[in-house]
Design a protein. Sequence first.
Length: 112
Amino acid sequence: MKILFTLPFAWMLFAPLAAADDIAPMALNGIGAVPAKIASAKVVDGHGAEVGSVAKIETDAMGKPLRADITVTGGHMIFIDASQLGYDQNANILVTAMDQKQLVQSAQTPKG
């Protein structure tokens, strides 16, 4: 009887873990092929604030994402490696660890 009573409670402890994984963004470079809807995706920072939108996702010959071209709020275009972005397929958003100020600074920093 003790086992039958304990099992339902053990299941309830692990149920929230599965639900959290369902909504967590995956690494953009971890998806096999770029979904068409990503072309209209917004880009948010780690706090959920919108910081830009997807202009283009560059892929390799197999369709795997390599880089995202992002139009930052304010009009600057930046390029972020796919390994530096998360993608939430359900919400169709890209997530970056950088905030608005850092993104604008990266757009203004000369590459060379």
